[in-house]
Design a protein around this ligand. Structure first.
Ligand code: KIV
Length: 333
């Protein structure tokens, strides 16, 4: 109902029960002064904001021998918490296809979907260096295609760098992108986008021949200009030697603690998945977000069913005199 029609009907009420002009105006005034909605911005900026992490920062961490921390984020809240926790790098990995979008594997995700998630992560990540993962099909055809995709990650995804999978064969592509001034994070060892060719998600470098391939790939992507390289699922001893042979940092995932840094998928390490899900050996579960969320949502369900929620403290009040006027008006409608 429109406020003016209430006001008109109020004119016929005895003066004592007539709401003041001010009282009628109050709700509108209140609306413009406060935000009574869950559609509110997330939190306030930290009191002591961290300095922005750059490629230079990562280089000095590496030089000092201080491990580099990296974690995936797939949306605004997961990036927000990763940044607040002091991560050096935040990766919008294509793992989001499976753990955030429920796809069967990472080959299904398309560029536009990655860019959408990159943008939301970028909005929350104030200090950490952000890296977007080029999805399968967006970079393998030619260096030119890869550069065009990388530029979209920077311009539209608002990322600061990109990651792409592959070793020696990707060197010309990496060179093309880095020459254009876009930082590239390499990714060798197990490259999940090539799972069909690798015969599944298998540990790489388990033979001397395989380990040489991991080393040669890592050296090639370094030579092509990568600022760092992810070593995925390789034996720890191999990762130590590869790390020693490189002048850029290695970021390990399932590669032991001898790498220059570590990366984990946030959903895995926070335990944000139902019981029984397969977890690779290298994942350490630092939390049980699933159990916490389940407990909270079940409690909410029970409170709603039993009318214990919302309680008076969650409820807006109307002044008694306004309510009388409104109830009298409602009776007539
Ligand atoms: O997609 C991803 O999250 C990744 C990390 C596992 C390195 O590539």
């Amino acid at each position: 109902m429109h406020l003016t029609s209430i006001a008109r009907s109020c004119a016929i009420l005895p003066r004592s029960t007539r709401p003041s002009h001010h009282a009628l105006a109050r709700p509108l005034f209140a609306l413009s002064q406060t935000r009574q909605s869950s559609h509110s911005p997330m939190g306030t900026p930290p009191a002591n904001p961290r300095k922005k992490v750059t490629v230079g920062t990562l280089r000095s961490l590496h030089k000092r021998g201080e491990p580099i921390t990296m974690i995936t984020a797939h949306d605004f809240p997961s990036a927000h918490v990763a940044d607040a926790a002091g991560m050096d790098m935040v990766l919008v990995g294509d793992s989001l296809a499976m753990v955030a979008l429920g796809m069967e594997d990472t080959s299904e995700i398309v560029l536009e979907e990655m860019l959408l998630h990159c943008r939301s992560v970028a909005r929350a990540t104030k200090a950490a260096f952000t890296v977007g993962d080029l999805p399968m099909g967006s970079y393998e055809i030619a260096p030119q295609q890869a550069l065009e995709t990388a530029i979209r990650f920077i311009k539209e995804g608002r990322m600061q760098g990109i990651k792409l999978e592959g070793g020696k064969e990707m060197a010309p592509t990496i060179a093309k992108i880095t020459t254009a001034g876009i930082p590239v994070l390499g990714h060798v060892g197990l490259t999940p986008q090539r799972q069909n060719a690798l015969g599944g998600f298998r540990v790489q470098g388990k033979t001397a021949f395989g380990a040489v391939k991991v080393l040669e790939d890592a050296l090639a992507v370094q030579e092509a200009g990568c600022f760092a390289v992810v070593l995925e699922a390789v034996p720890a001893e191999v990762a130590v030697i590869v790390t020693r042979k490189l002048s850029i940092p290695t970021i390990g995932i399932g590669a032991g603690n001898g790498c220059s840094g570590q990366v984990l998928v946030q959903v895995d390490m926070t335990g944000n998945f139902p019981p029984g899900r397969f977890l690779p050996k290298f994942v350490k579960k630092y939390g049980d977000v699933w159990a916490e969320s389940l407990k909270a949502i079940e409690a909410y369900r029970d409170d709603v069913k039993s009318r214990q929620y919302p309680a008076p403290e969650h409820t807006y009040q109307i002044p008694k005199d306004e309510l009388v006027v409104f109830a009298e008006h409602a009776d007539k409608v």
